[in-house]
Ligand binder design. Structure first.
Ligand code: GLC
Length: 745
């Protein structure tokens, strides 16, 4: 009996079932139309106004007394207010003490967990596990919705190829295909299939658009790109979020094509509404309407409000521009009642879908909050997702460590830091709930093992006074585990870095420990790709753990002690130095592709073009072997897709998970095409010695692009299909796309 290997058919384009897009019943639509008819202009403008509570702001607070505004019906949504009883009281004021009793909408930045904090989004993305990512968002929604919240300002779907930009930590990395699949998973996880359920939230695709392309990686900086790059690389995850049913979009701070996103009719109406058919609402980012004055496209706030509303903005976050000026703009005919009504209806529609008109207090149940927050199942899920997010970058065999009979020196400023485990945007997460690596090792090591602990140094600064104690510990130990990296606040918003190295004297500490002769395991905690070639040369093993969340310590210990086999893969390229940036796998070939022995080809004098670690890269405690890939035919066409298969075998002695990646190159196009584009991936679990065949199906949809005349479609010609464990170690087969007629119009 021939050993049957499992055939896995993977559609090249990931077909998520078209989300059951939420829609109002006729009765519900009639109810909000009648409500709109009853509203005064002031009350309408109130619905377009979002203010922060004074409890926990994410930026400078323009207003201190939102409660008066609620009672006057002059604010329709509040953010940064949470917990069941606090929000119930605010809701009571709006429902029982205003003329029309319109319920408030409560929003918050629940990015990677509400109270049970999961790995930062870039870390979660490194799992490539869409089910796990969806489950993470489900847990976040369940906890947030139990704490009085209706709306999260997530997923952040900004593609970024510049690790200097601190907000690369909040997204899904550099690739539009992976970023799109993850955007879908996060929207599904937050919104579920019933927005009125008390364990779901409405989600918000942000920051529309191209915020991740800020020049020089400097936050809030100018964004300037061609429309083709915008549509190929930066828009797809937003469209994926929309197709998954996302109910709100948030505008970006940056300009695009010379117009700030919050004033861009092209983005907010021509693309979002006319081309994509979005029926949710658009909220601006924090005071970004006001910021169109320093951008230099309007003279004053009143003009900024008129530009924003006309462009397609529905709700003004914290700027109080609609609140202060829209009445006058209406009087002057600079905006119309119809424009205001349209924005109001989009917001009332979502409040209706959330069930707030039926029961405005449905999300403020103290009992449910107690039962849901930090539930054991949530903590276990957070630990599982954290394990899956970790990427083994190097291992000369020193990992996994034994739990027993080992003397381990745990060193470094992040070995016992609860706060840093939570990462940026940790919502209501509390550092005291986080379990550090030190605590986890103390708990998990057998009594026959010894754990020595020394801080060694801080993350930043030149203080080396802790080195002697660290070196002494290392000299006594069988192995040194160094927990180093960045502080949590060195990534996230307003946290760009001009360097990508390990801050402070951490690298010196690693080298000094290595010189003791004790093997060194580096555990990285960081919010961005770091340029760490010397760490790679020095360490015996390197585990990328990002900021792994409330259960980060146990998850790291699970891996380094061998209870779990690392399976994470990089969602973003790690450069050798900051001078290579932007460096990403799907770059163009240029007319002078690099030739080592030809000076006059595209390269540097002082560093190779290749990254330190490529996109899709990651090791495990077992090894996988790829067979020869094969295509089902030499040609394919619009009606006849081609199947591309490869056998993958576990050649090690441990079960493991491999993420088989499928890339495509269009060899000749009417415009230049990237040397590689991810078009599919499949995670397979293999027992030692087991083989599985993975098959990808390539269709003409997968190879469509914006051609020389900016029409969208495919072109016949030769394609190279690649498969492998990352964007560098690939095998390929060539096929031809034939057409009896060009798809060009
Ligand atoms: C911030 C961020 C945005 C966040 C918002 C509300 O400035 O840019 O991502 O959702 O304000 O906190």
């Amino acid at each position: 009996m021939r050993f049957l290997c499992t055939i896995i058919l993977v559609l090249g384009v990931w077909y998520t079932p078209q989300a059951q897009l939420p829609e109002l019943t006729d009765e519900q639509a009639k109810q909000i139309e009648e409500l709109l008819d009853d509203m005064t202009t002031e009350e309408k403008i109130g619905q377009l106004t979002l203010f922060t509570s004074d409890w926990d702001v994410t930026g400078p607070t323009l207003r201190g007394n939102y409660k008066e505004d609620i009672l006057a019906g002059k604010v329709g949504a509040i953010f940064n207010a949470h917990t069941a009883d606090y929000n119930r009281e605010l809701q009571r004021m709006s429902v029982e003490e205003t003329r029309l009793g319109i319920p408030l909408l409560f929003g918050y930045d629940v990015i990677h967990g509400y109270k049970t904090i999961f790995p930062i989004s870039l870390g979660e993305s490194a799992s490539w596990d869409l089910e796990a990512i969806e489950e993470s968002a489900q847990v976040a929604a369940a906890e947030a919705a139990a704490a009085g919240l209706h709306w999260t300002f997530a997923p952040m779907v900004d593609i970024s190829r510049d690790p200097r930009w601190g907000r690369i930590s909040e997204g899904a990395g550099e690739d539009p295909y992976l970023g799109s699949r993850i955007a879908e998973a996060r929207v599904r996880g937050f919104q579920g299939d019933d927005l009125a359920a008390t364990n779901t939230l409405i989600a918000c695709a942000k920051h529309f658009a191209a915020y991740g392309a800020a020049q020089a990686g400097r936050d809030y900086h100018t964004v300037d790109m061609s429309e083709r790059v915008l549509r190929h690389d930066f828009l797809p995850p937003f469209k994926a979020a929309l197709d998954a049913g996302v109910q709100s979009f948030m505008t970006a701070f940056n300009e695009l094509f010379g117009v700030p996103a919050s004033g861009s009719h092209y983005l907010l109406t021509e693309i979002l509404r006319d081309e994509w058919g979005f029926n949710g609402f658009v909220v601006t980012d924090y005071t970004s309407i006001n910021e169109m004055i320093p951008h230099g496209v309007v003279a004053d706030e009143k003009e900024a409000g008129e530009l924003a509303l006309t462009a397609g903005v529905d709700m003004d976050m914290q700027g109080a521009v609609f609140y202060n000026h829209l009445r006058q703009s209406l009087k002057e005919g600079k905006v119309t009642e119809a424009q205001i009504d349209q924005a109001v209806m989009r917001i009332l529609r979502v409040k209706m879908l959330l069930g707030l008109f039926d029961d405005p207090y449905r999300y403020s149940d103290v009992q449910r909050q107690e039962e849901t927050i930090l539930a054991e199942a949530h903590l276990e899920k957070a630990r599982e997702v954290a394990r899956k997010s970790m990427v083994l970058l190097k291992n000369n065999g020193v990992l996994p460590l034994s739990k027993s009979g080992q003397k381990i020196a745990l060193i470094g400023p992040l070995a016992d830091s609860q706060a840093d485990l939570l990462g940026s945007w940790h919502a209501a997460g509390s550092a005291e709930d986080a379990i550090t690596l030190k605590t986890a090792l103390e708990d998990m090591l057998a009594p026959s093992s010894t754990l020595l602990h020394a801080r060694g140094c801080e993350v930043e600064g030149e203080d080396r006074s802790g080195f002697p104690e660290a070196l002494a510990a290392a000299r006594q130990a069988d192995v040194a585990v160094l927990a180093v990296g960045e502080n949590w606040w060195m990534s996230g918003e307003a946290a760009s870095r001009s360097e990508l190295d390990l801050p402070g004297v951490q690298l010196e500490l690693i080298k000094a420990i290595k010189e003791t002769g004790t093997p060194v395991v580096v555990v990285l905690m960081n919010g961005r790709p770091l340029a760490i070639p010397e760490v790679d040369e020095t360490a015996d093993a390197i585990l990328e753990t990002w900021f792994a969340g409330t259960m980060g310590g146990p998850a790291i210990a699970d891996i380094i002690l061998g209870d779990a086999n690392p399976s994470g893969r990089l969602p973003v390229t790690f450069p050798r130095n900051v001078g290579q940036v932007p460096l990403y796998y799907s770059m163009k070939n240029t007319g002078r592709p690099m030739e080592p022995n030809n000076k006059y080809t595209t390269k540097y004098l002082d560093v190779p073009n290749t990254p330190l670690y490529p996109f899709g890269y990651g090791l495990g405690y077992t090894t996988f072997e790829y067979g020869e890939p094969s295509a089902s035919a030499e040609t394919f066409s619009e009606k006849n897709p081609v199947e591309f298969s490869v056998k993958v075998r576990n050649t090690g002695d441990r079960a493991g998970r491999e993420t088989v990646q499928f890339y495509v190159r269009d060899l000749v196009g009417s415009v230049t095409r990237p040397v590689l584009q991810l078009k599919g991936f499949r995670q397979i679990d293999l027992e030692p010695g087991e083989t599985k065949t993975v098959t990808f199906t390539l269709t003409t949809d997968d190879v469509a692009f914006y051609r020389r005349d900016m029409s969208y479609g495919w072109e016949p010609g030769d394609f190279e299909l690649f498969v492998g464990p990352n964007a560098q170690d690939l095998q390929s087969v060539r096929v031809e796309l034939t057409s009896n007629k060009k798809s060009n119009p």
